[in-house]
Design a protein around this ligand. Structure first.
Ligand SMILES: O=P(O)(O)OC[C@H]1O[C@H](O[C@H]2O[C@H](CO)[C@@H](O)[C@H](O)[C@H]2O)[C@H](O)[C@@H](O)[C@@H]1O
Length: 268
């Protein structure tokens, strides 16, 4: 049995630090809900992220398994860069959208295969994400092992695709991109370039980003208790994440008297 390591909360920046913040969405910023469409972004979270985005000079990005379009709808069409579908889609700081191309025939095969998997396993729900699929079993958690085995079998007949297991979900996605690649791409451009990457995430898909960020002398934080992990620090849940982000904002603001004039109206 894996013995959980005692990881402490991530540090906060000190004077002179220039951070770039990368945030996973489900399980990190937002608590899990029974169904993907039930999650909500509170006005407090939205304005906290907006204030951090401003104070970090734009070096804040969401890195999610959800499609970019869905992230835009959830967070109210933010200006922040967004990595969707585990990095297969990337909305860059200048607003351009980069998407990994997938042949229509491959997508047709993927959908056909995923539909059959969902039909064969009662309690499993299919989420169609156009070039990737997620097979959810939150309503029937006991089905997880059977679902994983069936997906492992199915993906063998889907060249160019790979499995991405997650929290009561198994996804099948083009193997071309992972979250760490998206982080790397953003770190190469302004305003991320030259900053220290700081990444918060909860799931297996975030481990790839943890590896990338660790190599860049960054700070990695696992949300929850999943083990093993490459993360250096931990926070308990999205409530703790939001509290930590608020402290981070306070620290950044205290070092910058101009913040008193910031449109969010907060004064420090
Ligand atoms: O990378 P993330 O932002 O963490 O996205 C991962 C997947 O999150 C969503 O599924 C998860 O959250 C749902 C809502 O709480 C929950 O019902 C489901 O059981 C979780 O697996 C989303 O639906 C997927 O498309 C994302 O890939």
């Amino acid at each position: 049995m894996q013995v959980p390591r005692l990881l402490t909360a991530p540090p906060l920046p000190v004077a002179g630090d220039a951070w770039a913040l990368f945030l996973d969405v489900d399980g990190t910023l937002l608590p899990f809900q029974e169904r993907p469409e039930q999650v909500q972004v509170t006005p407090a979270l939205k304005s906290l992220l907006e204030a951090l985005y401003q104070r970090l000079d734009g070096a804040l990005a969401l890195v999610s398994g959800r499609p970019v379009e869905e992230l835009q709808a959830l967070f109210g069409d933010p200006a922040w860069p967004l990595a969707g579908l585990h990095g297969l889609q990337l909305k860059l700081p200048d607003g351009r959208l980069r998407q990994t191309p997938v042949k229509p025939e491959s997508i047709r095969q993927l959908r056909h295969s995923a539909r059959r998997l969902a039909d064969d396993l009662p309690g499993v729900r299919l989420e169609d994400k156009e070039i990737a699929v997620a097979l959810h079993c939150r309503a029937a958690p006991a089905r997880y092992e059977a679902l994983l085995a069936a997906c492992e079998q199915a993906v063998q007949a889907l060249p160019g695709f790979e499995l991405q297991p997650g929290n009561l979900v198994v996804e099948i996605k083009p193997s071309a991109m992972k979250k760490g690649h998206a982080v790397q791409s953003l770190m190469e451009v302004h305003p991320f370039l030259g900053r220290r990457p700081v990444y918060l995430g909860d799931d297996l898909t975030d481990e790839h980003a943890f590896a990338t960020v660790n190599l860049e002398n960054g700070i990695t934080t696992r949300v929850g208790i999943r083990e093993p992990t490459l993360a250096q620090f931990a926070l308990r849940d999205p409530v703790d994440v939001q509290a930590w982000l608020n402290r981070l904002l306070d620290i950044i603001v205290q070092g910058d008297p101009l913040y008193a004039r910031h449109p969010t109206g907060r004064t420090h």
